[in-house]
Design a protein around this ligand. Structure first.
Ligand code: NAD
Ligand code: MG
Length: 389
């Protein structure tokens, strides 16, 4: 088929992270289908150089300006263009030499380059859920206006997306996001109060970057994903539900108005949703391990413990209130998680910090992009002020 021959030019924003590295593995295994045009990283210049020498992109961006000359020197024999700084990330995202952005930067920092890519009609393979949490209404409108398809990489949303293929005319009754429950499933506050960074960084089913691993342990990740789902699939807040499924085999489910439920299943491996997003609408054969129904398996489902994992309550509140509240939740959470990772605050303090920040920042019902940036800054400043020195 002719379709198979097309090479998509990929820009990986956040190539040294967990998602970025796995995206490069997928590309390496499918060189006939994908080529690497752009690689970006914040500070891991060693890995960025190694990746660039292997994949030979046209452009590389290193965020940390102190590392620019080292990267430039290493890549100049290959004639790879090297840029640095936050602004460069946006300029490069706007270039017309690539087709698909893998949005794999972590946190709010991913927002501006992703907006630039949407404005320039790129296809977005979206891992950076924070983009939709912060400004989902504006982002989705822009994506439609600029005809920039957003294909989710987040495994739950990829599952829903896959279940929706061929269902465009059918009404969604409910989206059911599965959550592994993280490393502290079943634990109570008297245990969580003593949890330290290293313990929280051990996730039972997924190997991910530090921030999302902590978010999974506090269930904030699932809260962010509820907001992400609301915007991606254009549903009402009350149509999004979370169920704990510790085995992470069913990646999420969708219930249609006739009560029929579709689920997408498979072993937990982010390469699968990454590959699906890159190759969409095609599927590509691979030799990833398969789920085996012959082995003894039990798939279980339970209600989340929202009394213990209050982040889910805060995120649900943000989802229903809308406006700038999800943006404030996200900003406070980023400050909280990085403070926890530096052993500055305890595990349960993260939730308190987010809650107090949500109470502090004034409500804006329909923020402009500038107002989202203001709310983000205000929330960060306030949350940081709550952390004792
Ligand atoms: P990570 O921490 O492993 O990698 C983050 C990447 O972003 C790195 O390449 C880093 O250089 C870059 N980066 C960090 N700060 C930056 C900044 N200020 N400016 C520019 N670049 C910066 O993170 P990850 O686990 O790969 O997650 C990336 C995104 O994907 C997150 O939004 C996360 O929620 C989402 N996601 C990750 C997974 C997973 O399995 N890791 C699954 C679903 C969704
Ligand atoms: Mg997920």
């Amino acid at each position: 088929m002719v379709k198979d021959q097309i090479t998509k030019r990929i820009g990986i924003f956040g190539s040294t992270g967990s998602i970025g590295k796995q995206a490069l593995e997928v590309i390496d295994a499918n060189k006939d289908k994908f080529s690497v045009e752009i690689l970006t990283a914040q500070s891991n210049e060693e890995l960025l150089i190694k990746q660039a020498l292997h994949f030979n992109p046209n452009i590389v961006v290193i965020g940390d300006e102190k590392k620019y000359s080292k990267v430039k020197e290493a890549l100049s024999p290959k004639l790879i263009k090297v840029f640095t700084g936050e602004k460069a990330l946006e300029d490069v995202a706007a270039m017309d030499t690539y087709d698909v952005m893998v949005a794999a930067i972590v946190g709010f920092a991913g927002l501006k380059p992703t907006i630039k890519a949407i404005e320039n009609g790129k296809t977005i393979a979206l891992a950076n859920k924070e983009t939709l949490v912060v400004a989902g209404d504006i982002i989705m409108k822009k994506a439609v206006e600029k005809r920039a398809p957003i294909i989710p990489v987040d495994s739950e949303h990829s599952a829903i997306f896959q279940c929706l293929v061929g269902e465009t005319r059918n009404r969604i009754e409910k989206i059911i996001l599965t959550a592994s429950g993280g490393p502290f499933l079943g634990k109570k506050p008297n245990f969580l109060v003593n949890v330290k960074r290293d313990h929280a960084l051990q996730h039972p089913n997924w190997n991910m970057g530090a921030k999302i691993t902590v978010d999974s342990a506090t269930l904030m990740n699932k809260g962010l994903e509820m907001i992400e789902a609301r915007w991606l699939f254009n549903v009402k807040p009350e149509q999004v539900q979370v169920v704990i499924h510790p085995q992470s085999i069913i990646h999420s489910l969708i219930q249609f108005e006739d009560g029929s439920i579709k689920a997408q299943m498979g072993l937990p491996d982010m390469k699968l949703p990454i590959q699906y997003a890159l190759a969409f609408p095609q599927r590509i054969a691979n030799n990833f391990p398969r789920y085996d129904f012959k082995k003894p398996n039990t798939l279980t489902f339970e209600e989340p413990d929202t009394k213990t994992f209050r982040n889910l309550v805060l995120a649900t509140d943000a989802l229903f209130k809308g406006g700038n509240v999800p943006c404030v939740l996200n900003a406070a959470n980023e400050i909280a998680v990085y403070a926890f990772l530096r052993n500055r605050i305890g595990f349960l303090d993260m939730t308190d910090l987010v809650e107090r920040t949500m109470q502090h920042v004034p409500f804006v019902e329909q923020p402009s992009m500038e107002e989202y940036f203001e709310s983000d800054g205000e929330a960060r400043n306030f949350a940081a002020s709550l952390i004792k020195l």
